[in-house]
Design a protein around this ligand. Structure first.
Ligand SMILES: [Ca+2]
Ligand SMILES: [Ca+2]
Length: 172
């Protein structure tokens, strides 16, 4: 009898352990997912603030918004090239306002893999002039530089974009 007890788990004990582990996993997975989502949101807010700060320093130094390269609005990689002093046509003093990091060979993307939307106040009325290419903007964005992420629910994978989780620097 003693020998049998010490030989290992009975089937009931094993099933109990498996049940407890399954219950713990079922409780922990949503917590981990929520933590990951919160971390991505915090990262996006930080990145948006960094981009905004870089532009504000640029505007302080050059007294203009860096809006045009060869007549077109600068977006994505162009923005990064100017701010990281790779493009000295629009950053004549070659000042580094932003370091180039991670997946930035394709421009400034948010943690969900979409490009940040960036707009400027071109006519100095403190209202950012996003062009019509930005969907879902139904209100005025106030300030000098507007930076917008469509968040986790960003219209990928066939679902419609949910504006509720969008992150916009003029709302921080
Ligand atoms: Ca304006
Ligand atoms: Ca969204």
């Amino acid at each position: 009898m003693k020998k049998r007890r010490s030989s290992g788990f009975t089937l009931i004990e094993l099933l109990t352990v498996i049940l407890i582990i399954s219950l713990l996993a079922a409780m922990l997975i949503p917590v981990v997912l929520t933590a990951m989502r919160t971390a991505k949101k915090s990262l996006a807010i930080n990145e948006i603030k960094n981009i905004e700060l870089a532009f504000k320093q640029y505007i302080r130094d050059y007294s203009v918004v860096p809006t045009y390269i060869s007549g077109k609005e600068i977006i994505d990689l162009d923005v990064l090239n100017v701010l990281s002093a790779q493009n000295t046509d629009y950053n004549a003093n070659a000042i580094t306002y932003m370091e180039r990091t991670k997946a930035d060979t394709d421009g400034l993307k948010d943690p969900w893999g979409k490009h940040y939307q960036i707009g400027f106040d071109l006519n100095y009325d403190n209202i950012i002039d996003f062009n019509s290419a930005v969907p879902g903007l139904t209100e005025d964005a106030y300030g000098t530089v507007g930076i917008w992420s469509h968040g986790r629910k960003n219209g990928r994978e066939g679902a419609a974009d949910d504006p509720e989780d969008d992150l916009r620097n003029w709302e921080f």
